[in-house]
Ligand binder design. Structure first.
Ligand code: CS2
Length: 511
């Protein structure tokens, strides 16, 4: 078959099983990117296959219409390609009932969330999509999009604005309860989302605020959840792979690693799909799983990404295959992140660590250092401050957490005269302009670190007070600039090995 004659993916593609009856939509999902389509959608597909239920998903993309357009052209279908060095597995979830773009049709988002048939509003909008101030964790009232949403009830642009306007619509029309489910890498993501929703609601005119807050407090639940699956960006390679192996053209296949995990707090005020059918675990220990994941996986991932980008590594497997980077990653994970984690009962940390390294070594996946490095100004706030403050409180310097911070700044805010290289240039960040401006007026690493961490509270208010951490970060910035990232890494590891061993008071929950 020539490439031109390969048919597009559709409901008529051989091998696509039709359901006896299409489910009605019970879920509105904000954030139609690759992660949602390889994670929650897959679990929901398994739940509907096993137990039925009206749990179809209306997918809402934030700004671009590329995914909704492709989904409509493909009968709401797309392929999940599980990639490992051993080979590829293909599956086609059949759960989306509709897809559209919020920016093009803001009224439709409010109506979809407000619809009585909607029982869950879920989100994968990334850490950056919650419009909060990393320093304080509160809603960012300086953000023009939040100001717009407070002033224009009919056309919200932000997920928090869309949710509050949708909840107001519910409260005024039918008062049916609903669950708001965050699936982003934020500590206590349910509490965090509820807090931002309440903050937004409380800024409405008084009568409206009272009504909205009453609805939030009594008829809306906000479970926390820990989500985990490495999902790189789609490239032409995956489109070609699907065409050659499956015999159809898919414009939007999603590559993903075979590993997947979802731990959810069972707090769904209006019911939920039996996601257990896809392997989800309902647990009262979500907080411990979130800490484990956000610090050991995501935190260590940041170190691998920034040091890798500075050494020119294009992908995470390339970076972690460098022996010095692997040693640093093991050291930050075990000695600096782990002591701050309440390890959930039954989790074997040694096995978890080995599994992480084998996932990061998945060369077939091609997960880019610049992708993991993106949005550090919001991601690092979730990953670094608590473990760093705990160590500092014990009188120990978190050398590798300071190095992670320094490597991040060297990538996106290099001092004048330093070129961090193409992988660092490819890192996107909402604070890039601000931080680059601070760097251009800085004379040294210490100067830059003190402006970014001290004056601008990039890692929160408490760390802004820790001159010792700021100074150490500044020293690492200087070493990276003068002698390169591997010298900074060697210095951090030597200093870490001279620091007294962690007291290893890892809090373990009782079984
Ligand atoms: C990564 C995550 O981009 C990042 O910061 O650490 O996207 C990571 O791949 C996922 O959270 C894995 O579940």
């Amino acid at each position: 078959m020539t490439s031109a004659s390969i048919p597009p993916l559709s409901a008529a593609t051989p091998g696509i099983l039709r359901r006896p009856a299409a489910p009605a939509a019970g879920i509105v999902h904000l954030g139609l990117g690759n992660f949602h389509r390889a994670h929650q959608a897959v679990y929901t597909d398994a739940a509907i296959a096993a137990h039925g239920g009206d749990w179809g998903i209306i997918g809402v993309a934030s700004r671009s219409s590329a995914i909704p357009d492709a989904m409509h052209a493909q009968d709401m279908l797309y392929t999940v390609v599980e990639i490992s060095p051993e080979g590829s597995q293909f599956s086609v979830p059949r759960v989306h009932t509709d897809a559209f773009t919020a920016a093009a049709d803001p009224v439709r988002v409010v109506k979809a969330i407000g619809n009585a048939g909607t029982r869950i509003v879920s989100l994968t909008v990334t850490e950056n999509g919650y419009n909060y101030t990393p320093a304080t964790g509160s809603l960012n009232l300086q953000d023009p999009a939040i100001r717009h949403d407070l002033a224009h009830p009919g056309s919200p642009q932000t997920p928090i604005g869309q949710i509050v306007r949708g909840l107001q619509h519910r409260s005024r029309t039918h008062a049916e309860p609903v669950t708001v489910l965050s699936c982003d890498n934020l500590a206590e993501n349910g509490h965090h989302t509820k807090r931002l929703v309440r903050e937004f609601a409380s800024l409405l005119p008084p009568a409206e605020a009272a009504e909205a807050l009453a609805f939030v407090d009594t008829l809306t639940s906000f479970p926390s959840s820990m989500v985990d699956r490495i999902v790189p960006a789609t490239t032409e390679h995956y489109r070609r792979l699907v065409a050659s192996q499956r015999g159809y053209k898919d414009r939007i296949p999603v590559p993903a690693e075979p590993f997947t995990m979802w731990i959810v707090e069972d707090n769904f005020i209006a019911g939920r799909p039996t996601w257990e059918a896809g392997g989800a675990v309902f647990s009262s220990e979500v907080g411990g799983y979130e800490q484990l994941k956000v610090r050991l996986l995501n935190g260590t991932h940041s170190l691998i990404a920034y040091l890798g980008a500075l050494t020119g590594a294009v992908t995470i497997p390339e970076s972690v295959s460098h022996p010095a980077i692997e040693l640093a990653a093991r050291s930050v994970l075990r000695n600096e992140y782990l002591p701050s984690v309440s390890v959930p009962s039954g989790v074997d940390v040694d096995a978890y660590e080995e599994q992480l390294f084998s996932r990061w070594r998945n060369t077939a996946l091609g997960h880019r250092t610049s992708q993991v490095g993106s949005d550090g100004s919001v991601k690092l706030r979730q990953r670094i401050p608590l473990p760093a403050l705990q160590m500092l409180g014990d009188g120990r310097m978190p050398q590798l957490l300071a190095l992670t911070t320094a490597a991040y700044l060297a990538c996106i805010a290099p001092l004048p005269g330093f070129d961090p290289g193409p992988q660092a240039h490819a890192v996107e960040d909402p604070a890039r302009g601000l931080l680059a401006g601070l760097a251009s007026g800085s004379r040294s690493g210490g100067d830059l670190a003190s402006k970014v961490l001290g004056d601008h509270h990039l890692l929160g208010e408490e760390l802004a007070e820790r001159d010792d951490f700021i100074l150490r970060t500044g020293e690492f910035i200087d070493i990276i600039h003068s002698a390169g990232p591997l010298s900074a890494l060697a210095e951090a590891r030597t200093a870490a090995s001279l620091t007294p061993a962690p007291s290893l008071q890892t809090t373990r929950s009782t079984p």
